[in-house]
Design a protein. Sequence first.
Length: 439
Amino acid sequence: MTQKTLLLTFSLLALLPAAHAEVVLPEIFQDHMILQQGVENRVWGTALPEENVTVSFADKKVSGVSDAEGNWDVTLPPLEATSEPMVMTVSGNSTIVIQDILVGEVWLAAGQSNMGTGIRQVPGTEKNVFVEQKDNKRVRTYMNGKWYLLSEQALNTSAVAFFFAHKLEQALDLPVAYVVVAQNGSKIEPFVPPAEAKAFNLGPKSSNIYNDRVAPLIHYSIKGVIWYQGESNRGANNYYDSLKALHAGWSRVFEMPELPFYQVQIAPFNKQNEKTSLISDSVWSAQYQATKDIPGMDIIPLHDTGISVKHIHPRPKQTVGERLAAMALNHQYGKDVVTTGPVFAGATRQGSKVVVSFLHVDQGLVTSDGEAPSFFELSADGETFIEATATIKGDQVELSADGIDVPKFVRMGWYDIAIPNLKDKNGWPVFAFPAKAVR
C-alpha cells in the first residue's frame, strides 16, 4: 500500500466519528413546517450518547442531553401564532437549520382513499379554489414525508384536508397545517396502536399503519383529528369497538384526553344499485353510536354533496372539508357556526299517520329538489318497510303508507343507495336514521 493510499485511508477513518456525531431530527422537522400554537412543542431526535443538544426558536432556547442510546428530547414552551417565517436551529456536535417555520394550528387528517384523494381529482370549480390560493403561504401540508406549500406538488395531497384547512385559515386568520396519513383500501384496525388493538381483540394484522406512519408523529403537537374511513369495513360487526380502540389509543399516545376526532359518515354506495343495508347496519350505526358515547367524537353527513351511489369515491370534497371545519371552529375555537343537520328526535302516531320530529332544525325544513321528502318508510312489524308519503309540517314531517293502518316503526334513508332530500334551510341535510319505534 502506497503512502498516498495510507494517508487517504486514515483521512476517511477520521471522518467516521464525525458522521456518527451528527444530530438527527425526525422526518417531519423540515423547512415550511407549522408548529401548534398555545401548547408545549416537543423537539426530539438522536445524537451521540450523552451529547448536549440545544434547540433555539422564536427567542426561546432549550437544552438537553442525549441518553445512553443517543436519544434526546426537549420541550419548547407554548408559542404564539405567527405568519412571519422563523428559523429553528438545533445544535450539538453538528447543527441543523430549519427555515420558513410558522406557528398556528395543526390537524391530523387520516383514513383511506377518500381522505387521500388529491385535489387533482376534484371537480374543476373546487380545484379552482386551490389554484386561487397558490400564493397563500399560511396553509401547508405534510404528506408522505415532506412538507408542501400550496404549489403544483400539493395538488396530490388530500382535497378534504385542504378544504378543511383553508376554511380554518380564513376563519381564524392563522396558519393551518394538515398532516395526512391516508392509505387506500385500508381497514380501520391498522391505524390502532398495538396496546389498544390487543385490548379490543382486533387481530394480529392490526397496527401496521400505526407503527409505520402514525407512531413517528405522536410527539408532534396537534389540535385534533379529521377521519374519513369505513368503506373497507362495511359489513363488519365490530366497527364500533374499532372506533373506540382507535380513539382511546390516539388519545393516549398524543396525550390528549377526549381527543377531538371528527368523522365523515361514509357515502351511500352499492355498485349494483341494490337496496341493501350493508353499510348502514355496520358502519353508519357504529359511527352514530361512537359519536354519542365517546367524548371528543362527532360526525358530519355528506349524502347531499352530489355523490353517485355507484362510485365509492365521490369526487366533490369541498363541502365535506368545510363541514369538518365547522365542527372544529365551533368546538375548538368557539365560533358560532352550524355543526350538524337535523337529527331524529321522536315519532308519534296520529291515527294511521306518523309525525316525526327532529332536533337541531335551523330555520325550518325544506327539500333539496322542491319535491316531497324522500326515503321515509313505515312498518307494522319492524321487518317489512313500505315507502311512505311524506309532507313537511313546520319543523316536523307527517307520514302515511298504503296498507299500514297501525304503523309501529319508522326509518329514513337507512339503506346503502338512499340519498334523502330533506334538509334544513341552512343547507345541512337531515341525518338518515334506522328503524325507530313509533309512540
